[in-house]
Write a protein that binds this ligand. Structure first.
Ligand SMILES: [Zn+2]
Length: 449
């Protein structure tokens, strides 16, 4: 049986991953059956009504049919007991996918599999309603449980679906790991004690197999939250050995427990590719779009940097506003160097018709600058002889039809750039993870760390 859970936390406390860790430990201890490594699934990061990171969880427990009901009761009791029910935005949901459905999918039943696949993918890329989830629950005869308006059922079904797909098609989705350490209850809400030097040491010993533990350029550790939630810190990476090695090097307050998760963090799965983007780009969706810089960047109030991009490959040329917000820090220095005519690919989420940049690829820099020609005789800059009339030297009377085209130094390299770890979304793929594939494709990456 696969169990998906979501929306048990609030901004003030709890964390759905903690509830999951407690449940996994409890179910293991009670020997109901073998429990899998849990999944942590990040859903569409632009959804307006999310709590914090918009993450849902799931895990599998292999057990005898007669124990199923008992386990469901344990899950319901923990979700009811640990959720932040007094908070308005907390609407827990739990979905159970039992062995009848799993065995059918494992036996090659394609319809249910594709229904769950579409639901997971849409939960990360589109905006789903509770009705979308109920329709699948009803069609597949799934058991579920919810509290208050039960909105968490959407994420619960998505997280459960992700695990189903990983089981049936192990290579189907890119994934990474996070090892999360949790605080002892008496410390919740107090400031975290973590020896900073040990964090830097841990990062240095394991990067790039672990990433987004620290932000070197901004001199900050970014692996621990500042909220009153039970999370002490989380170590993200591409290798189980590396995240445990990093963990061993960290000196911090005593923890209550720790739990490894398999996750879609760091994969860019939220991005809809350019060619798949519908004619109409919609708010609350994230895209990868090819285009050409249409206006030189300008810094606006608050330190944000904006420019427009003329989108290519569409039926008619369209333009879209792009923005690098102030919290993206040094990334704005890259954006400020853009120039009209640069061929680029932009990566980010659309909100209020503006693309909030997460990455950019400078594919081909515009190195040509047109200048009024210089006189061959005296070397002075020639002046326009009137609209479409060419250029003339007033002193010598020499004439030239066209401007000079000179090659300029741009002070920036072509390649992929990204926002720094302090501004990175959980689901965004750090460029350092692309080092192998980009090398083969002869594309340069400029990882921010
Ligand atoms: Zn002259």
């Amino acid at each position: 049986m696969i169990i998906g859970i979501d929306d048990t936390d609030s901004r003030k406390g709890m964390c759905t991953t903690y509830l999951c860790a407690v449940l996994v430990d409890e179910l293991k201890k009670q020997r109901y059956g073998e429990v899998s490594t849990p999944r942590l699934v990040r859903l569409n990061p632009c959804i307006p009504f999310k709590t914090r990171g918009n993450g849902a969880v799931s895990f599998e427990i292999r057990l005898n049919k007669e124990k199923e009901e008992e386990v469901k009761e344990v899950v319901k009791a923990r979700v009811s007991g640990l959720s932040e029910l007094s908070e308005e935005g907390t609407n827990p949901g739990v979905v159970f996918i039992d062995d009848t459905v799993l065995n059918a999918i494992g036996g090659g039943e394609k319809d249910s599999e594709s229904v769950l696949k579409n639901f997971y993918e849409n939960a990360v890329r589109e905006v789903l309603t509770l009705e979308d989830a109920y329709e699948i629950i009803s069609n597949l005869h799934l058991d579920y449980f919810g509290l208050k308006n039960k909105r968490g059922i959407i994420g619960a079904l998505a997280a459960a679906s992700f695990l189903v797909l990983q089981k049936t098609k192990p290579d189907c989705y890119d994934f990474t790991y996070e090892l999360v350490a949790y605080r002892r209850k008496e410390r919740w809400g107090t400031s975290r004690f973590i020896e900073e030097a040990s964090v830097w040491k841990s990062d240095a010993a394991t990067y790039p197999l672990t990433w987004d533990t620290v932000d070197v350029a901004n001199r900050k550790t970014v692996f621990a939250p500042h909220s009153p939630c039970p999370v002490l810190f989380g170590i993200r990476g591409d290798s189980v050995d590396a995240i445990y090695k990093a963990y061993e090097l960290i000196r911090a307050e005593p923890e209550e427990r720790k739990m490894p998760f398999v996750t879609n963090q760091g994969t860019d799965f939220h991005l809809i590719m350019c060619e798949d983007a519908k004619e109409k780009l919609e708010d609350y969706h994230s895209y990868v779009l090819d285009g050409v810089v249409g206006s030189n960047p300008r810094t606006v109030e608050g330190g944000h940097v904006v420019f427009s991009t003329l989108l290519s490959g569409k039926s008619e040329e369209r333009s879209i506003e792009c923005i690098a917000y102030e919290p993206t820090k040094g990334f704005r220095d890259v954006i400020r160097k853009l120039r009209v005519g640069d061929e680029i690919t932009v990566f980010g989420s659309l909100k209020k018709k503006t693309l909030n940049l997460e990455k950019i690829e400078l594919r081909k820099l515009n190195l040509v600058e047109e200048r009024n020609p210089k006189c061959d005789k005296c070397g002075r800059t020639m002046e326009s002889a009137g609209r479409l009339q060419g250029y003339r030297c007033k002193r010598c009377g020499t004439y030239r039809a066209d401007k000079d085209r000179v090659s300029i130094d741009r002070g920036i390299e072509e390649g992929l750039y990204e926002v720094p770890p302090v501004a990175r979304r959980h689901i965004s793929k750090p460029l350092v993870r692309m080092r192998m594939e980009m090398e083969g494709a002869n594309r340069k990456i400029h990882p921010s760390r």
